[in-house]
Design a protein around this ligand. Sequence first.
Ligand code: NAP
Length: 315
Amino acid sequence: MSAPIYGRVALIGLGLIASSMAHAMRRANLAGEITGHARSAETRAVAREIGLVDQVCETAAEAADGADLVVLCVPVGAMGAVAEEIAPVLAPGATVSDVGSVKKAVIEAVAPHIPEGVHFVPAHPLAGTEHSGPRAGFAELFDNRWCLIVPATPDTDEAATARLSRLWEGMGAHVDVMDAEHHDLVLAVTSHTPHLIAYTMVGVADDLRRVTDSEVIKYSAAGFRDFTRIAASDPTMWRDVFLTNKEATLEILGRFTEELFALQRAIRTGDGDHLHDYFTRTRAIRRGIIEAGQDTAAPDFGRGAARSTKTERQG
Ligand code: NAP
């Protein structure tokens, strides 16, 4: 087995993403030692009980002290406060990263607290499930998924960026580097707006009293089930995503609404050609995702395989 990439890695926040990182780092011996901290005593107790990391610390600063890499794995809205707390113990040459689903807002909140000589290299793994907490993680979460590395500034240390990229590759991911603004727009299209639409659709079904609850559940296989799974995602995480990726999400929602009106008009006027052309175009996009290895063509979207049910969505 090859030598670890970092001597000590600190995970701040011990939820789905951090626990998956701990398992994936151990699988490939990527860290000499892993420390961790979670805000609640309950989560810290679970982490200790399952032996998630080598040392569970009472404070974020204690976990970050002496670490070569500190990864902030808390909701986007909490990143700034955590960075402020750990700043005094960060040693020159260390790297701070995060896994937040939004990048511009995280950089704005965290960068002012990063001391001179410490590298700040944000990242975002495009992998997740609707489950949360320290028990939700598993080593394969990032296998064959993308991790976007978003250097905080154009002159971020190249060696620090390359080292973090090697860590993510070691955890099974493919790595791409892009700037924060572009990241936030791409994610608004591929993840954030689709989540908002799923939340809305589930809300609409809930409001429609003429369709009973039991009918919604019983007949949900016809598309609605996918919306309910997405809409079960963590409310705190997604509240923060929309509050912090406001501009890009509103831009994409505006375009979505225009297209929806056009389809609504086509249905009203019986314009079958418009509907058929539109659905032909969207079908090709689905084919492209399967060809890129990012989903399965199985009729049940691969749900038969227990593992694949866990890797269907991203934040
Ligand atoms: P999670 O399972 O809900 O875990 C969140 C962790 O953050 C918990 O340990 C929680 O501590 C801690 N935390 C929550 N609020 C905090 C606060 N105000 N101050 C300090 N710690 C706090 O979340 P997750 O799914 O791992 O998400 C973590 C990050 O990854 C988020 O930024 C999210 O945007 C990003 N992300 C998520 C996904 C996904 O699909 N889930 C995918 C990619 C990226 P307690 O347990 O003690 O409350």
